[in-house]
Design a protein around this ligand. Structure first.
Ligand code: FDA
Length: 303
């Protein structure tokens, strides 16, 4: 049953008509609890509140799977505006971006040039840029983009998704980068990815431990308290300093736990999505945790 619900929302997340339509609706269906507004000003106001609590942020200008150059160029301009806003407002924040929003599905070199412009501007202000990882079809090209740009830039990093069989090789290859480690959010084929939750969780722990011991800086991005408690014990046992890692969670999720981790002295970073293109992101959150449906139900009954 849980798999059927997951597949249903995954399917909805990729529906092009609904994705386009939702841009005209404004934040609806409960998405406003997990998306920090549709404009840069609304997003900045949310980040200031989080920064005041000692929480750093990574900003995602929502949007993905773009097939028109004009749309990808618009997304690039918006991200450049976000970088300027981080600098002007002196925010403790960096950028998360999706290569498919910046033209990866149109033309690799077009996408690379868009990323280069973003990374150049971010570098000017010493702002970090994370290349979020999408589905398996885009995985190798996203690593290629990172390789291409890392010859000239040191303010970039990426994500390792624990459900992929190849994740352990990738983490070894990219150990000198700042890496975010996640379980993985897309529906992937059994030929490339673990399907069983226990196997994914076990691989997730192994990757985190490996990178904490051998890597540059580790962002442990999860809402799973078992993993978080395990990491707390592991870093204590191995004397890993708090400057070498941080916890990350999504905006609007487990907020009490986010504050508790900060109060306990851990570095913490909230992933802050904003923009009109919220639909696919919100559907994936419903797919990975059907309990998130309570956001939607509350919204319906509060009307
Ligand atoms: P999971 O969903 O497996 O939950 C484990 C347990 O934690 C649950 O059984 C429950 O007990 C508890 N729990 C979880 N959520 C809860 C809640 N809201 N309230 C109470 N209890 C809860 N993916 C990707 O493919 N590419 C990417 O670039 C990113 N980037 C990214 C950034 C950040 C900051 C985060 C947090 C996540 C991502 N992801 C991602 C998504 C990631 O791959 C994954 O799909 C989700 O984080 C869900 O997995 P969890 O590790 O949170 O635990």
């Amino acid at each position: 049953m849980e798999n059927a619900i997951r597949d249903f929302f995954m399917h909805l997340s990729q529906n092009k008509v609904l994705n386009q339509g939702a841009k005209r609706w404004g934040l609806k269906l409960g998405a406003q609890h997990v998306v920090a507004g549709t404009t840069i000003d609304e997003m900045i106001a949310s980040i200031k509140k989080l920064n005041e609590k000692g929480i750093a942020c990574t900003i995602d200008n929502l949007g993905e799977f773009v097939y028109e150059k004009v749309e990808a160029t618009g997304a690039k301009e918006q991200i450049l505006n976000v970088i300027e806003a981080i600098h002007t407002n002196n925010l403790d924040a960096h950028i998360s971006l999706k290569p498919s929003q910046l033209g990866l599905d149109i033309d690799y070199h077009f996408c690379r040039n868009n990323l280069k412009e973003i990374v150049t501007k971010a570098k000017k202000y010493e702002i970090f840029v994370n290349f979020d990882m999408e589905d398996h079809a885009r995985l190798q090209q996203s690593f290629d983009l990172l390789d291409d740009l890392s010859a000239d830039y040191d303010n970039i990093g990426t994500v390792i998704q624990a459900y992929f069989f190849r994740a352990i090789e990738d983490i070894k290859q990219y150990k000198n980068y700042r890496l975010r480690i996640v379980k993985g959010a897309y529906k992937e084929d059994a030929t490339v990815a673990y399907q069983d939750k226990n196997e994914i969780d076990q691989n997730y722990i192994e990757l985190i431990e490996w990178h904490l011991l051998n890597g540059k800086f580790t962002s442990i991005a999860t809402h799973d308290h078992y993993v978080i408690n395990h990491v707390k014990d592991f870093v204590k046992k191995h004397g890993i300093p708090k400057e070498k890692f941080e916890f990350q969670m999504l905006y609007g999720f487990r907020e009490e736990m986010q504050y508790e981790l900060v109060i306990d002295g851990y570095n913490f970073c909230t992933y802050v999505p904003f923009g009109e293109d919220w639909y696919g992101y919100f559907m994936r959150r419903l797919a990975e945790r059907p309990q998130n449906l309570n956001l939607l139900v509350k919204q319906v009954f509060n009307k």
